[in-house]
Structures are given as structure tokens and as C-alpha cells.
Design a protein around this ligand. Structure first.
Ligand code: FAD
Length: 367
């Protein structure tokens, strides 16, 4: 097979790869995107229909400036596509006022002037010592629609997107990078690696990443007029948070944000057992006692966790700034899709990391 030359090849057309392909194509680059499965698939980290978006970021206030840009870019994606991607339902943070979540929300809100208020919500039956904070400019994102919009725009900008193309290896060839799949070789000036849970197969560096199995479940309720904002609830023993969504076509969705059981991305146990479903149903039922919830469906998904749960965004060492990689989104990356895509594109074009994203570089693990 002959070789075709591109400006940039993006490996992995998941959340970050699709966004990177979009912003690179928009900056005038000739882009090839390669995806091992389908575009928007249920075997990686973007399955499950919806994702929370919020700005009073308890994980670390350094993310807030990136979120400001992400919010702006979500707006642009919506207005240019005429689609609704962001459903602004608000988020209720239910938890221990002295715990890390509520304190983190208030700290980010104070530092960056993000509106957050204390609220009473009588439809929520919370533990007595818990409080509720409400962030109105938060909500959820529609994942399949986001992929649809990014794909449409990539194609309009004449990017080449190929599915069912697993990248087996890549190497530097002179000033270029050559990428091999089972049947083809492709040449480009720059390479972007956004392979999610499979990233370790594509980089020589030993980066501490753990892949974990996460479970989601959807429930229907009896009263169709009952709707709620999105919510997060401190786990009573400090094991992360439970979180849930407003009613959608598929009902009320709930998940548990913590490090689930370790897995290999090709060996993910996709069966959700009865005990896992009963457990999630109990959390929902206890929190919203006026409703009767009936199980609808479940799904599994994977987190790629970095050692400190913060994203990793950098040039791959030893590649002369020719290879950008973005990984370790640790279960909270989707809301950043349009800003990470834009930053990756900037890194490719300008060959440096923007200052507001430098806290995500690899060097932090050496300190
Ligand atoms: C259950 C769950 C709930 C979450 N909730 C939220 C939330 O509420 N809010 C939020 O902001 N974030 C949330 N996240 C996190 C967010 O979805 C992820 O951070 C994000 O999807 C990661 O994007 P990614 O591009 O790194 O990985 P992915 O979206 O998985 O994309 C990687 C892609 O690379 C492809 N690939 C891998 N190897 C190769 C190869 N060799 N050749 C070709 N293609 C390859 C894969 O098939 C895949 O499509 C959640 C994640 C999960 C699992």
C-alpha cells in the first residue's frame, strides 16, 4: 500500500481526538483521524449518553480558566451547528459542609466569581448534617450530539476520519511521523495521541495510569412531572460521590464517581450485576423518597486515572515537539472537550503549551 501524507494524524477519535481533529481542521491543517472502533462507540470512555458540566471546580481551581474557555467554545459549537449540546439544569451539591467537595466548590466559586448559592430543596431527603449548594450555570452535555456536531464540522473542513482502523505502531521518520495500521501506513508532520484507555500501548514512557470499570444505571419514575437539577452527593464514607442527572429520554441516570475495579481496556467486564443495580437504586430512592424508581438499563464505561487524578497534556519527550499526547482524564474530562481540542491544535501549530494548561504537563510527576 502506498503512503499518503497529512499535516497531522490524530490517533483515537474519542472525546478529545474528535475535538482535536475539529480544531486542527479549522486552523487549516490537513487532518487524518484514525479510530479503532466506530466514531462515538460504547467501548471506551464516552459511552452513557450524558456528562455533567460545572464550573465551581472542586478538583482544583486551576481548571476554572480552562472551563471559562470551554463554556465559550460550547456556546460557539452550539450556535454554529444550531444544536443544543449543553442543558443548563443547574447542579445541586449535597454534602458535608466541611468536606472536600463543598469546600472545593466554595473555594473555586470565591476565587473565580462563579455563582453558587446555599439552597433548601424539599424534594431531597439528605442526611441531617449535609448542606446543599446550587450552581445554576451548570448542567449536562449530550455526548452523541457532540460527536455528531464535531464529525459534521470535520467533514465540512475536509478532514479524513477513518473508523475500524486500529493503530498498531508509529515511528519518527526524518522530520515526519509514520503511523501503521494493519493494512496501511500514513505519513504526517505531526502526531496527536488521544487513545484514552489504550494510550499506554502507543507511548514508550511508563506513565502511571490505572484503568477502572465504572457503572451507570437509568431508572424510570412514576410521576412524569417530577424533574430535578443534576446533583452530586458525598459518599457517607468518603468514597467519592454519587451523581445524577435531570430526567432525559432514557429516564434518571445515576453513577458513582470513585475508582472502580481495575481492568484492562480489552477485558472490561461489561455485565452489570443485580447488586450494583440495587445499590444505585437505593441511593436514588433514599435521596428522592417521593418517587418510585424502576430500573430501565445499565452500562459500563472506563476511567483512565492519572496518579493525581489530573489530566496529562504534553509533548511526548524525545519527539522534538512532533508528538502531542492527551490522556488520564480521570473521569472528569468531557466538559473540557472543546478547550482540550483547541489547546491540542495550538500545541501542534505553535509547538508550545499555553500557560493556562501548563499545570497538566508530565514534569509534575518528576517533582
Ligand atoms: C462512567 C463515566 C462517567 C463520566 N462522567 C463525566 C462527567 O459527568 N463529566 C465529565 O466532564 N466527564 C465525565 N467522564 C469522563 C469523560 O467521559 C472522559 O474523561 C473522556 O471521555 C475521555 O476522553 P478520551 O478522548 O481520553 O477517551 P475516549 O473518549 O475513550 O477516546 C479514546 C478513543 O481512542 C480510540 N483508540 C484507542 N486506541 C486506539 C488505537 N490504537 N487506534 C485507533 N483508535 C484507538 C478508542 O477506541 C476511543 O474511541 C465520565 C467517564 C465515565 C467513564
Amino acid at each position: 500500500m502506498g503512503e499518503t501524507k497529512f499535516d497531522v494524524i490524530v490517533v483515537g477519535l474519542g472525546s478529545m481526538g474528535m475535538a482535536a481533529a475539529h480544531y486542527l481542521a479549522a486552523s487549516g491543517k490537513k487532518v487524518l483521524g484514525l479510530e479503532q472502533f466506530g466514531i462515538c462507540n460504547d467501548r471506551s470512555s464516552h459511552s452513557g449518553e450524558t456528562r455533567l458540566i460545572r464550573k465551581s471546580y472542586f478538583e482544583h481551581p486551576s481548571y476554572v480558566p480552562l472551563l471559562e474557555q470551554a463554556y465559550h467554545n460550547w456556546d460557539l459549537l452550539e450556535s454554529r451547528s444550531n444544536e443544543t449540546l449543553f442543558h443548563k439544569t443547574g447542579i445541586a451539591y449535597i454534602g458535608d459542609p466541611n468536606g472536600s467537595i463543598l469546600s472545593g466548590v466554595l473555594e473555586a466559586s470565591r476565587q473565580f466569581d462563579v455563582p453558587v448559592t446555599r439552597r433548601n430543596m424539599d424534594f431531597i431527603d439528605k442526611p441531617k448534617d449535609y448542606e446543599i449548594l446550587f450552581e445554576p450555570n451548570a448542567g449536562y452535555l449530550n455526548v452523541p450530539k457532540t460527536f455528531e456536531v464535531l464529525k459534521r464540522s470535520c467533514l465540512k473542513l475536509e478532514a479524513t476520519l477513518l473508523k475500524n482502523q486500529k493503530v498498531l505502531s508509529w515511528e519518527s521518520v526524518g522530520d515526519c511521523v509514520e503511523v501503521s495500521t494493519e493494512n496501511n501506513r500514513y505519513l504526517a508532520e505531526k502526531l496527536v495521541l488521544t487513545a484514552g484507555s489504550w494510550i499506554r500501548e502507543l507511548i514508550p514512557q511508563k506513565i502511571d495510569l490505572s484503568i477502572t470499570r465504572q457503572v451507570l444505571a437509568w431508572f424510570q419514575n412514576s410521576d412524569s412531572s417530577f424533574d430535578i437539577p443534576c446533583w452530586s452527593l458525598d459518599h457517607p464514607e468518603g468514597k467519592g460521590i454519587y451523581y445524577g442527572f435531570s430526567r432525559s429520554d432514557s429516564g434518571f441516570k445515576i453513577g458513582h464517581h470513585f475508582r472502580g475495579e481495575s481492568t484492562h481496556p480489552d477485558k472490561l467486564n461489561r455485565e452489570v450485576n443485580e447488586e450494583e443495580i440495587v445499590h444505585l437504586k437505593e441511593v436514588l430512592q433514599r435521596l428522592f423518597p417521593s418517587q418510585e424508581f424502576v430500573f430501565e438499563k445499565s452500562a459500563t464505561c472506563m476511567y483512565t486515572n492519572s496518579k493525581d487524578d489530573h489530566f496529562i497534556l504534553d509533548f511526548l519527550p524525545g519527539t522534538n515537539q512532533n508528538v502531542v499526547f492527551a490522556a488520564g482524564f480521570s473521569g472528569h474530562g468531557f466538559k473540557f472537550v472543546p478547550v482540550i481540542g483547541e489547546i491540542i491544535s495550538d500545541m501542534v501549530v505553535r509547538e508550545n503549551i499555553p500557560v493556562n494548561a501548563s499545570f497538566l504537563n508530565l514534569d509534575r510527576f518528576k517533582r
